[in-house]
Design a protein around this ligand. Structure first.
Ligand code: IVH
Length: 697
């Protein structure tokens, strides 16, 4: 839609318009519209904001102001009339029952006092009671429940139309698939909320992206909205999304009233939703009687923002009383009865002095920017990963640049951009090495990868990093064999490679500084104990590319001895849950290499466990954990959605069609092609409704 050249031009145009008007109002308006449309597209379609919220707001306000002053220049397609943007075409587009508006922003006590004054004017009253909730930094969604069943989940899109992402929404465990709404006289309800991602899940997610040679996402919000648009619901399930539901936009009741009896306030509605099992912010919400209390709370809360598991970028203040809300109404852009109080962005500027290139366990070379120490949100930042060459080029950062650094919550700091207006002309381009900084082998970059790699399997840094990973807590868990000891032992020639861990010359260690009898005994014992670790930990510890802890469990549960993988091909691997071609190829390659087979053989000789006695699913968090189901035909004993909920609650998952990955097909009356296909495959268990009920009991 936009070329790179367009994007650069529009970005600069936006920056210019923030502080300057053009020679005519006409031209300024045209250019403002152009940059706002572009910013909307970046934000909603690409999930990659081009501008800071405050900048976007300022441009929007400016356009509105100019259009009001020059009504003859107003047009129906101006973003001020409706934020119209192209939607991604992968999901069907659906209309929202009620337009999804955004919120007006405030930044300080004065803005809040002003807003309160306007509220009181509109409502025609004295003090107003306000509810205050965290402003969750995620992707907004609309959920529709018909007769108590979740029937639709949609993204915000342009506010009028969103994308139907029901299949993905159904994978989010926090969102109930059904609720006892009918009992409350509610036929239909549309609930608004935010899809969020835990800060630690986000970090792990970015690590994975970088490992796959992709650029990391800037913040949890982008990760949440990106995940909602993944085409494979099973993949969505793995991403650990969460949800907070904070608003009911409309009800259809059995008895013509417009809200269920007794729900006269926002506060009560949130408690009501919570009581029905929805993830509403009942515990996080506060009720105040006066704006001064709200302001005090806002300041106080800002100091604790990191205590939440999710990223919050502010607080939302809402008029509590619905009668008052109705009286105040809304503009075309936002409700008058709610406002966002935005926290200060945790950003700072610093100077980029040099770039170091670090070698990772898999040989990937990571550029790390060394900056002048700078304090952001309570920590001092001196080193920032630049991830890979593409990130460096995209951001166009140079040595000597003044850079804008941001730390979102507990998330690792990153460079937002260089401040190009501060350049003196002395800045130097960041040059990528052609040879490994550790072993001097020539670096390679594969076509579909962002990382340059050292492919020397004996590269000393990689060897050390692999051993550190092998001994780490989530792998073989050899306590006291941490980074420092591995490094020291390696340098002294005591620890040449992974199997060498089980063959250390203890006589030499005993004489070393810092290794008393006790620490040697402890270390020996930890190494000895690690021999009994279950197979999944060993597989994870071997450091096969793209094989994380979950995949390692899947792999381990599929064999009774690790060497069985020597005969597995990609077809066989891809029958396992969650293993696609990329992971499959990496696993096949790993086990095909002679040096890896030798490592495994030496581990076996040393007494390390290579077997899985309990071949079969290793996740035991639900009776149906790891099992896949599909329902077909007309079911008479239960509703399909209820049965699916039962399966999911017991840890199983629902597949979209019959394939080799399917474990159970539950058939009702008049089952057709799915049943035929399952019979033909011969690997699917075919169940009647009765048999299914017995199984889940
Ligand atoms: S109320 C008409 N409450 O912030 C109701 N919004 O910047 C409007 N958001 O579009 C929404 N946390 O996606 C509301 N507690 C909260 C929120 C919240 C996050 C999002 C929402 C909205 C955006 C505006």
């Amino acid at each position: 839609m936009y070329t790179q050249h367009d994007e650069k031009r529009l970005y600069e145009q936006a920056k210019h318009l923030l502080h300057h008007d053009l020679e005519s109002a006409d031209r300024t308006i045209t250019q403002l519209r152009e940059v706002i449309l572009y910013a909307d597209w970046k934000y909603y379609v690409q999930s990659e904001p081009a501008l800071a919220d405050a900048e976007y707001d300022a441009l929007f306000k400016k356009l509105k102001h100019l259009e009001e002053k020059n009504p003859e220049l107003q047009t129906a397609d101006s973003p001020t009339q409706r934020v119209a943007i192209g939607l991604s075409e992968r999901f069907p587009t659906v209309s929202h029952l009620v337009p999804m508006l955004s919120l007006d922003n405030t930044y300080n006590a004065e803005d809040l006092t002003d807003w309160d004054r306007r509220c009181r004017e509109f409502a025609g009253t004295g003090d107003i009671a306000y509810c205050v909730e965290p402003k969750y930094d995620g992707a907004s969604i609309s959920l529709i429940y018909d007769d108590g069943q979740l029937t639709r989940g949609a993204t915000r899109g342009d506010g009028m139309m969103g994308e139907d992402v029901t299949a993905n929404i159904r994978q989010i465990k926090a969102i109930p698939l059904s609720a006892a709404l009918t009992k409350q006289g509610v036929k239909q309800i549309e609930i608004r909320g935010e899809i969020v991602i835990h800060k630690n899940v986000f970090e792990a997610f970015n690590k994975q992206r970088v490992a796959e040679g992709l650029s990391p996402l800037a913040n949890p919000r982008n990760a949440a909205s990106g995940t909602l648009r993944i085409l494979d619901p099973n993949e969505v399930k793995k991403r650990g999304l969460n949800a907070i539901l904070y608003h009911v936009s409309t009800y259809t009741l059995a008895a013509g009233k417009d809200r269920p009896a007794g729900l006269a306030t926002h506060y009560d509605t949130i408690q009501w939703l919570y009581g029905l099992g929805f993830p509403a912010p009942a515990k996080e919400m506060k009720l105040f009687k006066h704006i001064d209390e709200v302001i005090t709370y806002c300041h106080e809360f800002e100091g604790h923002r990191d205590d939440l598991a999710f990223e919050v970028d502010g607080l939302v203040i809402k008029v509590n009383d619905f009668a008052m809300q109705d009286k105040m109404g809304m503009t075309s852009h936002h409700p008058r009865w709610a406002v966002a109080y935005k926290f200060k962005a945790r950003q700072a500027t610093s100077k980029l002095r040099r770039v170091e290139f670090q070698v990772g366990r898999t040989g990937a070379i990571t550029p790390v920017a060394k900056i002048d120490p700078v304090h952001i949100g309570g920590v001092t930042v001196t080193s920032i990963s630049l991830f890979n060459e593409d990130v460096v080029r995209e951001k166009d950062v140079r040595i000597g640049d003044t850079v804008l650094v941001e730390r979102a919550g507990d998330v690792i700091p990153y460079i937002v951009k260089p401040l190009t207006e501060m350049r003196t002309g002395e800045e130097e381009e960041i040059k990528f090495p052609t040879h490994c900084p550790a072993c001097n082998s020539e670096l390679e970059r594969q076509q579909d990868e962002a990382a340059w790699r050292c492919i020397n399997i004996n590269c000393p840094v990689q060897v050390v990093e692999r051993m550190i990973h092998f001994a780490s807590k989530d792998a073989m868990d050899i306590r006291s064999l941490g980074t420092a000891n591995v490094q020291k032992f390696y340098e002294l020639g005591l620890l040449p490679d992974i199997p060498g861990i089980y063959n250390i010359d203890w006589d030499r260690v005993k004489g070393m500084e810092g290794f008393g009898e006790k620490s040697v005994t402890n270390l020996k014992q930890a190494i000895e104990q690690s021999k009994q670790q279950p197979l999944n930990r060993l597989i994870f510890g071997l450091g096969i590319r793209f094989v994380g802890e979950t995949t390692a469990k899947t792999l381990a549960s599929a064999v009774s001895h690790i060497t069985e993988f020597y005969d597995w091909d990609i077809e066989k691997l891809s029958l396992l849950e969650d293993i696609g071609p990329k992971v499959g190829t990496s696993v096949v390659d790993f086990f095909a290499r002679e040096e890896n087979r030798q490592i495994i053989a030496r581990l076996g000789e040393a007494g390390v466990n290579l077997a899985n006695e309990h071949k079969g699913p290793m996740h035991t968090d639900g009776a149906l954990a790891g099992k896949t189901f599909l329902f077909t035909g007309t079911l008479s004993q239960f509703k399909r959605s209820d049965a699916e909920t039962i399966v999911e609650n017991k840890g199983g998952s629902i597949l979209g069609g019959v394939s080799a990955k399917l474990n159970y097909l539950v058939v009702g009356a008049d089952a057709g092609s799915k049943l035929d296909k399952a019979k033909k495959l011969g690997t699917v268990n075919i169940l009647t409704e009765d048999e299914f009920l017995k199984l889940v009991e």
